[in-house]
Design a protein around this ligand. Structure first.
Ligand code: 5GP
Ligand code: MG
Length: 460
């Protein structure tokens, strides 16, 4: 999980990048950074914190130039330290290259060990650094060739932006795990993880950067290269379905589809599979909102917002004793007793991961007086960890990894627990149904994962 934004050929590139990152903040809240080419050299600024905390007018003024890349980070590999914030800049042969990466590689550790034996010295614990070293190693053959080498060597999920002199470069793994979109602004170009970043700055969405594409934008305009085209190796398209279920913003287009109607379809399909009589439907906001609308429209049951969200809750840093943990759950969502008292309710949420937050929320619904509680999830049981960039824990920590639906229902202490079927999920994404990664539900990973390497870079 991470958000990327890049811009080429637009004055005040850093300011636009700031706004782009602002609208991608949901993709990562741990650190933010911008690297910009001022015509001579790359300057950068990054820090731990939210975009609005990391940048201010003075800092942005010190980042002049018309080509920039930016990143918001949610750590999946590599620990949460400033050193691991991106964009990540490296100097070699009197040149600087900056990288911003979304996704996870599954063979980074192996490559890193090989490079270290060759004398490469690593500065961070991020798998992204492996990519930069591979590029540096091959750059004398030319930029396209160097990136081609990288794409042949690394396996896993990568949507990547590079800043190299006055070139903005994007490339995406041939499976297409993570989204990446190309747009146009004032005669220049923009690239972002999600199109909601384009809407904010008034850019026009042109198309996605294609899986397996290298896109180099320079003063000669954009040029595309397809290193895998015509090769015998076929890559199964593997768009991350969890982007549709939970992660992306509903106003975005990802994998060239708008997220909002797909989330509504998930709710409609939940009703088809699990039609219930109740007083009303309600979401656990915000992630359950759109599926709840779908369920309400399909069923004709009224939609209520009986859980009120405090929008000003950030992360709680207080060390959790049980009492404090209870408070922090209530801090984010508080039930409306007046609406819930003596009612039979259908509650919709997007997903159940560890089960701990949901248990607390459902308990508070019961304490608010609800008579019967039906809890419906707009995705199937998450049983397997993700190695491609979604922050799911090990199977042992995933509640559905170790327990049956009935056991989970008892643990949650509710009347009904229902998970959308895989077919219901696939139906909701329409013609993308053969192009999505379902590994967290099925355990069938589209790329071979060498589990011995998962102890991996974070612990190096
Ligand atoms: P649980 O009950 O499993 O502890 O938490 C479920 C809630 O976590 C759901 O409301 C869901 O929207 C949210 N959720 C699902 N995936 C993620 C994730 O990757 N990160 C965060 N922060 N929340 C998630
Ligand atoms: Mg949620």
């Amino acid at each position: 999980m991470c958000g990327l934004f890049g811009i080429f050929g637009v004055k005040e590139a850093a300011n636009y990048t700031y706004f782009g990152l602002y609208s991608l903040q949901h993709r990562g809240q741990e650190s933010a950074g911008i690297a910009v080419y001022d015509g001579k050299k790359i300057r950068e600024w990054k820090n731990l914190g939210l975009v609005s905390e990391v940048f201010n007018e003075e800092i942005l003024k010190e980042l002049p130039g018309e080509v920039a890349i930016g990143h918001v980070r949610y750590s999946t590999t590599g620990s949460s330290i400033l050193q691991n914030a991106q964009p990540f800049c490296v100097n070699f042969a009197k040149k600087t290259i900056a990288i911003a990466h979304n996704g996870n590689l599954v063979n980074a550790y192996q490559i890193r060990c090989e490079l270290e034996e060759d004398g490469h010295i690593f500065q961070t614990t991020m798998d992204s650094e492996v990519i930069v070293h591979l590029i540096a190693k091959n750059l004398k053959k030319g930029l396209v060739e160097a990136i081609t080498e990288v794409m042949k060597r690394v396996r896993g999920a990568y949507s990547i932006l590079l800043l190299y002199e006055d070139n903005l470069i994007a490339f995406r793994d041939p499976w297409g795990f993570r989204p990446l979109a190309l747009g146009m602004l004032n005669g220049g170009y923009v690239i972002a993880s999600e199109t909601c970043a384009f809407d904010l700055i008034g850019a026009q969405y042109l198309r996605d950067v294609k899986p397996g594409e290298i896109l180099i934008i320079s003063k000669d305009g954009p040029k595309s290269y397809y290193p895998f085209k015509g090769k015998k190796t076929k890559f199964q398209r593997s768009y991350c379905i969890f982007e549709f279920i939970y992660f992306a913003r509903p106003d975005s287009y990802i994998f060239s589809k708008n997220v909002y109607p797909i989330r509504k379809n998930l709710g409609k399909n939940l009703y088809k599979e699990c039609p219930l009589e109740a007083d009303f439907v309600m979401p656990f906001p915000d992630s359950g909102n759109y599926a709840a609308i779908g369920y309400s429209q399909a069923s004709g049951l009224p939609l209520e917002f009986a859980m009120i969200r405090n929008h000003y809750v950030g992360r709680t840093f207080i060390q959790p004793s049980q009492k404090i943990r209870d408070i922090s759950v209530k801090m984010k969502l508080n039930p409306v007793k007046e609406i819930l008292r003596d009612k039979e309710v259908v509650i919709i949420d997007d997903s159940l991961v560890r089960g701990t937050t949901s248990k607390n929320r459902l308990k508070s619904i019961k304490e608010a007086g609800a008579k019967r509680i039906h809890f419906l999830l707009s995705c199937p049981p998450i049983k397997y960890p993700c190695f491609f960039g979604i922050d799911f824990p090990s199977s042992a920590e995933l509640i559905a990894g170790r327990h049956s639906v009935e056991e989970i229902r008892k643990y949650l202490d509710i009347d009904t627990l229902y998970y959308l079927s895989i077919e219901g999920l696939l139906d909701a994404v329409g013609d993308l149904r053969d192009k999505v990664c379902l590994a967290c539900f099925t355990g069938e990973y589209p790329v071979e994962v060498d589990f011995s390497f998962r102890k991996d870079i974070a612990e190096v």
